[in-house]
Design a protein around this ligand. Structure first.
Ligand SMILES: [Zn+2]
Length: 353
């Protein structure tokens, strides 16, 4: 049973694991459907077992068709032993677990001021800057940071300095429009700077100073088995970067992510006053809960980002907020609770060190 579940019904978390295990011995195309449903189960808005109690069909849930409906129904009626998940699927919250954790800390959802990672049509997102800003306004945010990919990440449509400059003009126009509409949300200029395994970025350092803040992320050599502490320390020492995004590089049931002496990484982040991220994308949830507990001990700053590729995905913030609650991160250490001016001042100060 999941360490987060609170009652005896088969939880979505357990169903996710059963689906993933079943996929391992299934033939195509069922195998693909099982794997997909396992990932989708992290996002099911209600507990499947509760749906059955209410005489509803499990096909209401994303990823569940008639054949999976039958399989899952059997598990709920007569629960099999739940294996504890292997590391590649361990410590992922389902949204129902995230909401249960947040219910204990309701002021956090109400008072979080923004979201610090998202993509637009400028790289691999589907929404415009304006659409992301409107979605943020609906959520009552004070700010969002637009973090499209930088030029080195060609596969995700990474953009160069000139395009980022043009995006800056678009952001200024969107902010002017928001102001004239009486909306309080503002769009911050940022980028998801692609870091090489030496911790170096792919954009001009002088240019990056014109942005409000910079998120640095690794996207290559993410399957190395040996210790990667060195690259993390180098990335944190990179003067262009204030936030280290999706640090492990893990993806649910697909990639384990990197290993490091994490306490050393978080200690250095604390010493440099930089932040490490909780990427809230459901199949990333990176940093994970175990590492967040270490980050808490180091006392480094934490940044929350949904990594949204669509305006509707801003709702994923729940996963990051819940992970912070469960790891007992102090609210003062979380960037997203800072007022906008304070956040921008922090980034400028870190940059000047
Ligand atoms: Zn990324």
């Amino acid at each position: 049973m999941s360490p987060f579940s609170t009652n005896s019904l088969l939880s979505n978390s357990s169903i996710a694991e059963l689906l993933a295990v079943a996929a391992e011995s299934a033939k195509m195309p069922l195998q693909k459907a099982l794997r997909r449903a396992s990932r989708k189960a992290l996002m099911w808005p209600e507990e499947a077992a509760v749906l059955l109690q209410e005489d509803r069909s499990l096909t209401e849930l994303p990823g569940v068709g008639p054949s999976l409906n039958k399989i899952i129904r059997r598990w709920i009626d007569d629960p099999p032993d739940i294996p504890s998940p292997p590391e590649i699927r361990a410590l992922f919250l389902t949204v129902t677990e995230a909401r249960a954790a947040l219910a204990k800390q309701p002021s956090w959802s109400a008072e979080v001021k923004g979201d610090l990672q998202m993509h637009t049509q400028w790289s691999d997102g589907s929404g415009s800057v304006e659409e992301m800003a409107q979605a943020a306004a609906e959520r009552g945010y004070e700010y969002i940071a637009i973090t499209d990919h930088s030029k080195g990440l060609k596969i995700a449509g990474g953009i160069d300095e000139e395009q980022l400059q043009q995006q800056g003009e678009e952001i200024a126009a969107v902010n002017a429009r928001l102001r004239s509409q009486g909306q309080s949300v503002r769009v911050l200029r940022s980028v998801e700077l692609n870091l090489d395994p030496k911790g170096e970025g792919d954009m001009d350092g002088e240019f990056l100073k014109s942005l409000d803040l910079v998120l640095g992320c690794f996207h290559s050599a993410l399957r190395r088995k040996e210790d990667q502490t060195g690259r993390y320390l180098a990335a944190l020492r990179n003067p262009d970067v204030q936030i280290l995004g999706h640090p492990r590089g893990r993806i649910y049931n697909f990639r384990l992510g990197l290993t490091a002496e994490w306490s050393r990484v978080f200690d250095l982040a604390a010493q440099l006053d930089k932040a490490v991220e909780i990427d809230a994308y459901p199949d990333r949830q990176d940093l994970s809960l175990d590492l967040l507990k270490l980050a808490k001990k180091s006392g480094c700053r934490i940044s929350l980002g949904t990594d949204s590729h669509d305006p509707l995905q801003l709702r994923f913030l729940e996963y990051a907020l819940a992970a912070a609650v469960l790891a007992e991160i102090k609210r003062e250490r979380i960037l997203n609770f800072m007022p906008r001016d304070e956040l921008v001042k922090w980034a400028a100060k870190v940059r000047q060190q």
